[in-house]
Design a protein around this ligand. Sequence first.
Ligand code: HEM
Length: 330
Amino acid sequence: MTGGSPRPGATRGFIRMDPPEHTRLRRMVTRDFMVKRVEALRPTLQKLTDELCDAMERVDRSEHPVDLVKALALPLPSLAISLLLGVPYEDHDTFQRLTGALLSREISEEDRGPARTELLAYIDNLVETKKAAPGDDIISRLITEQYAKGELTHEDLVAFAVLLLVAGHETTANMIGLSALTLMLDRETADRLREDPSLVRGAVEELLRFHSIIRNGPRRAALEDVEVGGQLIRKGEGVIVAVPSANRDEDTFPDAGRLDITRPNAQHHVAFGYGIHQCLGQALARAELQVVITTLLRRFPGMRPAVPVEEIPFRTDMVIYGCHALPVTW
Ligand code: HEM
């Protein structure tokens, strides 16, 4: 199956390409997201998380509730990917607004177009700046190592950066929000994790399986007739893979609707996709989630939602599920 062709006017990131082009481009950044690289980044992730938690602690009681999405869930992955790519975090209002618009299910194509154009123009400008003065970041390295040798066009470079920026913060941000909410509502599991932080790796896998935040993809087009689960998909037909359904498959995950942080095979989930397009940033996402969950449980043992769950604005309108806001107090 193929990743499918983009809509007219879209700049293709390699998520929408087939081999050999996909393989060639993905290989240029594989090492930046390898487990070893990400482990080296863990102290930085811890420092960023601690600083965001310090800021939350400083919030005056009279200003409670605090929106955990704004205070921590979105800034942490956003800071991390900005740092790796060399995108100035001071511009976060701009790029968070634009990536939010791109990922909305409710925005019309006419409104999405200008958001895409504005984000491309922003990154285009950034790439130009880095061409003149490269720094110590992924975009600069792609410029000096690949673009300079003619292995990467300017357009590919811009599409690369857009893909990493969009994929790198919205996804993890929503997993952080949902994970925090889940643990605030399930005190027993939270206590277990607080008492034994070594359970956090398994807990993150189970939370990824349980929430399956990619609700509108991956998407593929059949290159030939193929039968899946007794259903014939004809050559040329499009398929949207239901990740949440696969992750709740009772044959693989018995009692799948229950969150069990010691589930022995939780890591067999497909929350990061499957095959050649499997998430490039999964080691980073895992590390961010592990650090945030452990830190929140340790530093804010009394944290709780400040409104009834029915009043939390869940992202049923977005491609990536989560909460728009998560008012908390402690
Ligand atoms: C909890 C967080 C995350 C989830 C659930 C997630 C999920 C996914 C999924 C399901 C895919 C496959 C899409 C497809 O097959 O069409 C994917 C691909 C991708 N993800 Fe993630 N992702 C997360 C975090 C990240 C982060 C932090 C980055 C950082 C750079 C990232 C970068 C990418 C890229 C570049 C691809 C495309 C890979 C390719 O086409 O070869 N993701 N992600």
